[in-house]
Design a binder for this molecule. Structure first.
Ligand code: GAR
Length: 189
């Protein structure tokens, strides 16, 4: 059976992108990296893995709909059927959502619905919670509100620095996201 084809969308460091790329038997070929931040470190990682990149600065397109139409054209041209958001710090609009129903997945560093939005790890850290975690979910038109697919709890230790907590959360992300991708792709073949 042939592998599914996917695009990863990322804006930053790309540690989740790397974790996805380093997974054996993902059942899915990442054939495109979409990046909205010129100069983001994820670009070098894509080059290292030989994944073609599509870098688009939304500011060049006047509106979200125009920007997403450019992305859509590229996604269709590349023949992808899945989109995995991995640190893509932008809200997905109706143009993309409408073309990929239940096919856009996101990872978020908290136990949603707690701490949606930006700096979820910092939010949890400041709130002094005893535990936080990681959520993988479908994207809908809200901010981190789509149906949850998987979650894993991560304890917050009393003496944790924010950096230590971030590292522990990211270790969980790097395991959980590829696992969920594998399962989703398998179920939807
Ligand atoms: C990850 O922790 C991811 O969960 C988070 O951005 C980080 C990207 O790291 N995403 C969000 O907060 C989305 N709301 P990475 O670039 O090293 O993969």
């Amino acid at each position: 059976m042939t592998n599914a084809r996917a695009a990863v969308f990322a804006s930053g460091t790309g540690s989740n992108f790397r974790a996805i790329m380093e997974t054996d038997n993902l059942l899915c070929d990442v054939v495109l990296l979409v990046c909205d931040k010129p100069g983001a470190a994820v670009m070098e990682k894509a080059e290292k893995f030989g994944v073609p990149t599509f870098i688009v600065n939304p500011k060049d397109y006047g509106s979200k709909a125009n920007y997403e139409r450019v992305l859509l054209e590229k996604l269709h041209e590349t023949d992808v059927t899945w989109i995995f958001l991995a640190g893509y710090m932008r809200i997905v609009g109706p143009t993309l959502l409408g073309e990929f129903p239940a096919r856009i997945i996101n990872i978020h560093p908290s136990l949603l619905p707690d701490f949606p939005g930006l700096d979820a790890i910092g939010q949890a850290y400041e709130a002094n919670v005893g535990s936080t975690g990681v959520t993988v979910h479908y994207i809908d038109d809200g901010i981190d509100t789509g149906p949850i697919i998987a979650q894993e709890e991560v304890p917050v230790n009393l003496d944790d620095t924010k950096e230590q907590l971030t590292e522990r959360i990211q270790q969980v992300e790097h395991k959980l996201y590829p696992q969920v991708i594998q399962e989703l792709v398998k179920e939807n073949r």
